[in-house]
Design a protein around this ligand. Structure first.
Ligand code: DGY
Length: 325
């Protein structure tokens, strides 16, 4: 018998077709986020769910007694209550590998934009302020040959290190739970404590997953440790940074600039103080947002779903639930 699944956001037509070849499905087609009551109605008798960022918790799982798997269309999975999933015996998958290069490209873009003041100087021209050769107060800082510190050295961190080393001759430092000798070998990357990395880097890139241990890991004290000429990039999750402390660090010159893909509240409120700072480059959580990569992510989520509906173990179970039967 065909299993029933619920797709809680629009997916590309070929992905929908692929799911349809294997399962009965209902889909939320609106570009607006699915309201909670619609989601609960959709999963009531579903065995599989495809979603992106929706909170999956006890309240939801207790109303979906037949649910067997939740398939995230994202590599991060901080939207999942892992204890609740385990309690209900529900698998969860994410979409690693397919977005690594795309996110790494964006991080390099943010590094360049923030250090060379690309957005600020674009606005300068549009405002009609380019009347003569720019003065030194508008100069930027170099990326090439600078020291890059990557916090959270997973697959994406590695893709960033590769670009930085091979493309920009940067000196690479990293901090992570365990040293990675292969990175030291490939890119001459130096393992550092977080404090040492902050003190020694010209660019600090935060790539760590959001967990209870990483909430607010960058606060006033950490920004104070950074060089006044340093640029901070966050492409992990907004909650890893104390945003008020970041605003203060950018305003006071404790650090030079920031490039941010993620925020504590998304979409960021229009009156947020970050929007007033010319030395902050802001993009709306677009790390993986190219047409090809978003397609690949949706297809990978669908493959995880279909595998489970066939009774197989899905290929991209999140590490914390790999032992779940
Ligand atoms: C993810 O997949 O977790 C990324 O944040 C998407 O851009």
């Amino acid at each position: 018998m065909r299993k029933k699944v619920f797709i809680a956001r629009p997916v590309p037509f070929q992905v929908e077709q692929y799911i349809g070849r294997h399962c009965d499905y209902e889909i939320w087609r609106s570009q607006d986020p699915i309201p909670r009551d619609e989601l609960l109605a959709g999963i009531k008798d579903a065995e599989g769910l495809i979603t992106h960022g929706t909170k999956i918790n006890e309240e939801l799982l207790s109303q979906a007694p037949g649910l067997r798997i939740v398939c995230n269309i994202s590599v991060g999975y901080d939207n999942l209550d892992i204890g609740a999933l385990r309690k209900h015996g529900v698998w969860a998958t994410h979409t690693p590998y397919v977005l690594d290069d795309t996110v790494a490209d964006l991080v390099l873009g943010l590094m360049l934009a923030a250090s060379r003041r690309i957005v600020e100087l674009d606005a300068f021209i549009r405002a009609g302020d380019w009347k003569e050769t720019i003065k030194s107060d508008l100069f930027g800082v170099d990326v090439h040959h600078a020291t890059l510190g990557i916090i959270g050295m997973g697959r994406i961190g590695k893709a960033i290190a590769k670009r930085a080393k091979l493309g920009f001759d940067m000196n690479i430092l990293y901090s992570s739970r365990t040293p990675k000798p292969e990175l030291e070998e490939a890119f001459g990357a130096g393992y550092r404590s977080l404090d040492a990395l902050l003190e020694q880097s010209d660019f600090v890139v935060l790539m760590t997953p959001l967990t209870p241990d990483t909430v607010n890991m960058m606060g006033a004290e950490q920004f104070r440790r950074m060089k006044p000429s340093a640029v901070f990039i966050n492409a992990s999750r907004g909650q890893t940074v104390d945003e008020a402390a970041l605003v203060e660090a950018l305003r006071s010159g404790t650090i030079r600039a920031a490039g941010l893909d993620v925020f504590r509240e998304e979409p960021i409120p229009p009156d947020h103080p970050l929007l007033k700072l010319p030395n902050a480059v802001l993009v709306p959580h677009i790390g993986s947002a190219t047409a090809q990569t978003r397609f690949n992510m949706a297809m990978l989520a669908a493959q995880n779903l279909v595998a489970a509906m066939r009774g197989d173990r899905p290929p991209n179970l999140i590490p914390e639930l790999k032992d779940l039967p």
